[in-house]
Design a protein. Sequence first.
Length: 299
Amino acid sequence: MAARAYWQGQIRLALVSIPVEIYSATKSGAAVSFKQIHEPSGQPIHYDKVVTGMGPVDTDEIMKGYEVSKGEYVLLEQDEIDAVKLESKKTLELTQFVDASEIDVLYYEKPYFVVPADDLAEEAFIVLREALRRTKKVGLGQLAMRGREYVVSLKPCGRGMVLETLRYADEVHKAQGYFRDIPDDKPSEELLELAEALITKRSGDFHPQDFHDRYVDALKDLIERKRKAKGKTIIDDKDTGAKTGSNVVDLMAALKKSMEKAGGTAAAEKKAPAKKAPAKTAAKAPAKTPAKTPAKKRA
């Protein structure tokens, strides 16, 4: 495997130890980064470390400080910080198993691929993977890597497994602090049916390659055009888009128009008569006479 393992060690389940390697499952995207340039000279801008009223200072005079109150800092030596760092351990002990649905998506942080370290580890690796798959459980444990300790989850993924670092509870905001002012009202059934129909119409499989960062694409295009234009300013006109409504009437119209664009007009029209059918039947009931019935059919 060409990639370099991020961590090598063993997963322990009771008395069973499984040698594994983990690899980062993500990579940096094709982001565009800029440097600040001094326009007259064309040279990059550099920053010096300075103290207000004193000017530049030497690197060996700089310490790390934690602000305990306004303007008051506790200074720490690098050796003191290094002394409390956790030693990277070579064992991930699975201490608990939970349903995947119990872990809120807000807690998931970064994924890693987990593979057996060698041929001898494959049998135990496969047994653990399939046991997790059958029980539909996620393994939990804590792992010390690169100076800090992580809460991690472990779950099956194809032929391998995925380990994900999780955020600690104090790193996640409580949702109710943001959602409490949203009214607990029941939506209009007609609006709900239109929204459901639109979602159904646009449902499909997830293909991540279909999505692109349009801002990055536009930046790259701008850079290339400006390079060819030899520095000439290039500003494209922006489409401000249509105005958006804020009331129920606008929402209804927008949903219906969206269905028309999605080719769902016929489906929506078929639903409407179905709801009115009982009313027509009730109206016919008191007028059941041989003379009137044929007249209605001819109409």
